[in-house]
Design a protein around this ligand. Structure first.
Ligand code: SF4
Ligand code: SF4
Length: 300
């Protein structure tokens, strides 16, 4: 079985316990205004073009079978509407201005990468994490990876926005040791405004997985001016109180590191920037959430 992913990252220490290999799935049903991985949004492969790296050498022009590259008045022009994402131009470009986001990989190919670090998982209590994008959008592929990993004694974690049918998430949960649930916004109207979907289904799914007895961590992106509100901090505590298998709450303060990638995908119009919190602000958020829960609250 094949799936579309955009990265396999080794030696991750923030995607669950211990040292982990994280597989990033391509495709996401949400469009969070603060997302720093826009290349994860579409499930289809895409060509990313970095105009700042382009030196106008024209090597890509003659290679492209679709005529998507041209030079006009000494300037390189890329016409995305013509691109068939064959990847030929990527190999021609010596300036690393071109990159394909997304590749089809088989379960066997990914598992052979995951197995390479088995000794580190054993020594650190780590394992494999599926992230994204959204792993639940390719649930059959996710289940194939998770069930194989488990059969080999590898700890399995899934980082998810939990926006899927209940049937889908529960079928994935049967093969998952730990969920990292993104809980983005307690206020339903704000959740819809800033992510494009409402949060009722998400809350229902988190509760349903918890009822199965699967352990979880709540991961809460905190965005200044969006969800750094008492309503949300109280809501995080209220949701945590309903989860019997919740280990802790982690917060992810907003950062703008991925903003440049929107331009490389011709989606600069979607770019939204928020204030970057400092350490004092972040500590303040943690303290305010702690007022509503006895569980551990910490930075992700
Ligand atoms: S990926 Fe293929 S079709 Fe797209 S611009 Fe490059 S060579 Fe042309
Ligand atoms: S090959 Fe790379 S550097 Fe040369 S024109 Fe094409 S994109 Fe620019």
């Amino acid at each position: 079985m094949d799936g579309t992913i955009f990265n396999v990252q080794h030696f991750c220490v923030n995607d669950g316990p211990g040292i982990r290999t994280t597989v990033f799935f391509k495709g996401c049903p949400l469009r969070c205004a603060w997302c720093h991985n826009p290349e994860s949004h579409k499930i289809q492969r895409e060509l990313m073009y970095d105009a700042e790296r382009c030196v106008g050498c024209a090597r890509c022009v003659s290679l492209c079978p679709k005529g998507a590259h041209r030079i006009e008045n000494g300037t390189h022009i890329f016409d995305r509407s013509l691109c068939g994402v064959c990847g030929e131009c990527v190999y021609a470009c010596l300036s690393d201005a071109l990159e394909i986001a997304g590749e089809r990989r088989s379960v066997d190919e990914i598992m052979s990468e995951v197995r390479k670090d088995a000794i580190f998982y054993r020594n650190s209590g780590g394992g494999m994490t599926l992230s994204g994008g959204e792993p639940l959008m390719q649930s059959e592929f996710a289940i194939a990876l998770l069930s194989l990993a488990r059969a080999e004694g590898i700890h399995t974690a899934v980082e998810t926005c939990a926006y899927a049918s209940e049937e889908t998430i529960l079928s994935v949960a049967k093969h998952t040791d730990l969920f990292l649930f993104d809980w983005k916004c307690t206020n339903e109207a704000l959740h819809l405004k800033y992510t494009g979907v409402d949060n009722k289904e998400i809350r229902r799914n988190i509760l349903a997985v918890d009822a199965m007895g699967v352990k979880s961590i709540l991961r809460c992106p905190i965005i200044p001016g969006v969800n750094d509100t008492e309503e949300h901090f109280k809501g995080i505590g209220a949701l945590a109180a309903r989860l019997k298998n919740l280990l802790r709450i982690e917060i992810e303060p907003y950062h703008s590191l991925g903003v440049h990638k929107y331009g490389r995908l011709d989606r600069a119009d979607d770019t939204r920037e928020f204030g970057i919190p400092d350490a004092e602000q972040t500590e303040g958020w943690i303290a305010r959430i702690r007022a509503y829960t006895d569980l551990e609250v910490r930075l992700a």
